[in-house]
Each structure stands twice: as C-alpha cells, then as structure tokens.
Design a protein around this ligand. Structure first.
Ligand code: FES
Length: 314
C-alpha cells in the first residue's frame, strides 16, 4: 500500500549527503519510533528505504538523508535529482530496528550515513533526559553530516579520519566492559558493522543486546545453495519451479511476474511475503529470530524452502 508525499525542503548535509523533508499529501505524518524507515518509490520502478532521523520534537515532516552513490544501483542518484514540490509515492513506515524497552544506557555506533537511525534514537534518549552515548565515525569534518545537531547532543562524539588499526582500537575501547543491561546499536557500511559486531562479541556483549541495521551485505555472503523446489503463488494462480541456485524472485520474473523488490539481498523488507504452506529456509537479515522460527513470513529475494513445496500469498 502506498500514499503520496511532497518534498517541502531539500538541503545539503555534506557535499555528498542531501537531506529531504517530506510531508504526506493527504494529512499529517504517521507516528513512528526511532529506527523506522521510509520506503520511497522512484522513477524506473526503483524502491528504496531511508531511515528517518527525526527527533521527538520535529514530527511535522519525514526527515531523511541520502548519500549520493554514483556507482550504486541508481536510487540515490534518482533521489538527488528531486527538488522541492516533487511528489513521490511512499510505502507504509516500517521499523526493523526498534530500541529495546528499558535496560541500561544505549551505546550507538554509526559509520558515515549510518548515523540517520541512530541520530533519531539519540535525540529521543536526550529528550527523555536519559543517559546514552552516540559515536559517529566519519572521514573528515566536511564529510560529517549533522555536526550542528551532534555538537548540541549530550553524549555524542565524532571520530574523524580513523583507519585500521587505530579504528579497531577506538571501537574496542568503546565496547570494553559492557553495561550488564545496556544495548548496542550499530549502523553503517558493511566493513564497519562487521568490525563492531566482531569486537562486541569479543568484548562479551550478548547477541540479544546487539542490534544491527544493514544497508546491504557483501554479495559473496549471499547463500543460494540448495536444491530445486516448487512455489505455488496462491493469488496469482501459478506454480513455478525454483531451480538450484535460482531465487524465488528470479523464478517469478522468468514467468513474467514482476514482484516488488528493492535490495534483493534480504535486508530491506520490501519483498516480505506471507507463507501459507511449507517451511521456509530463511537466508535474510530482515526477519528477527522469533519471526524466522514462526515460519509464516519469507523474503523471497533470498530465502528458499526446507522441503519440496512452498505456498505463498502472492
Ligand atoms: S527485496 Fe529487500 S528484502 Fe527482499
């Protein structure tokens, strides 16, 4: 389900990162919690997700930041072509990166544009007068977004120009002696997230208190191993064979069906589908452990079938 939103403001956060304020055409912005992302439909059928960086005090528009990736898959370039007054289709807000209720002070570690969801979290924590720490790792001051907000935020720090092994040492220091009730939130480029996750495990953070939001994963980590199986698309009334090494989405496209996809890496949530029969073999980073255990949802861009047949609500 989509609705329409108008861009009411555009500004540069850095030479590469442009911020957009979007307001629904048909009413006020829907309520959301820190960690939520907005799904944006762009020209050429592109669908992209951008985390909201709003604080609790600015809820009259959806605020997103988009880093232009000249060699990306086209979404950020399409976003940077937009201006004030343009109207976009947007999806319902989703949040797969919710903050845990209660617990000790949150520790928020961001790399580059990964600051956006963590900034929203830190702003909420600060507004409630609670303790917490936000650390942003960026290449240089001119390439650091939201410096004005970060300077005014209690518990925020910016680390500039750190490369391994100095980066590893600083991250290790921040993660040492985890608070017994604290939660760790990580967002940024893949290598940064891998580093922080690895150091968190070494420092003794339990995985249940480590929360990650990935933009993408290394394609070499996508696992499409496993034999062929059958997929019944209940609403479409078609039965497909998914070959070894093929994704369900690819089998659908081969049959002339155009499913809703975006990342095609199991991280964004766009292709989320209900399983009516059969046991999914989850390969995604989007569903949490309990959703995976229930087996009623699947990300068909990467996940497969544990048996011979899946029936999907498509
Ligand atoms: S298209 Fe992103 S999770 Fe499937």
């Amino acid at each position: 389900m989509t609705s329409r939103a108008r861009i009411v403001r555009v500004w540069e956060a850095t030479p590469e990162i442009r911020c957009f304020a979007l307001v629904p055409v048909d009413g006020p912005p829907a309520p959301f919690t820190p960690g939520a992302h907005l799904e944006v439909h762009l020209k050429g059928g592109l669908i992209r997700q951008y985390s909201l960086w709003n604080g609790p005090e600015d809820r009259d528009a959806y605020l997103i930041g988009v880093k232009r990736e000249a060699h990306g898959r086209g979404g950020s370039v399409a976003m940077h072509e937009l201006g004030v007054g343009d109207v976009l289709e947007i999806g319902v807000l989703r949040n797969n990166f919710e903050m845990a209720e209660g617990g000790g002070p949150p520790l928020l570690l961001a790399g580059g544009i990964g600051i956006t969801p963590l900034l929203s979290m830190a702003r909420q924590v600060a507004a409630r007068g609670q303790p917490g720490a936000l650390h942003l790792f960026a290449r240089s001051a001119p390439q650091t977004p939201f410096l004005d907000l970060l300077t005014a935020l209690p518990g925020a720090a910016v680390h500039l120009g750190l490369l391994p092994p100095a980066l590893d040492r600083v991250v290790r220091g921040l993660l040492a002696a985890p608070d017994p009730q604290g939660h760790l939130y990580i967002c940024g480029p893949g290598p940064f997230m891998d580093l922080v996750e690895r150091e968190a495990i070494l420092a003794g953070w339990p995985s249940s208190r480590v929360h990650l939001e990935r933009f993408s994963i290394d394609p070499s980590r996508l696992d499409q191993s496993g034999g062929e199986f059958e997929v019944v698309l209940k609403r479409t009334g078609k039965t497909l064979r998914v070959a070894e090494g093929q994704t369900i989405i690819a089998a659908m496209e081969e049959a002339g069906i155009t499913p809703m996809t975006s990342c095609e890496q199991g991280v964004c949530g766009t292709c989320l589908t209900t399983v009516l029969e059969g046991v999914p073999d989850h390969r995604d980073q989007y569903l949490n452990a309990s959703e995976k255990a229930l087996g009623t949802l699947i990300m068909p861009c990467v996940s497969r079938c544990k048996g011979a047949r899946l029936v999907l609500d498509l």
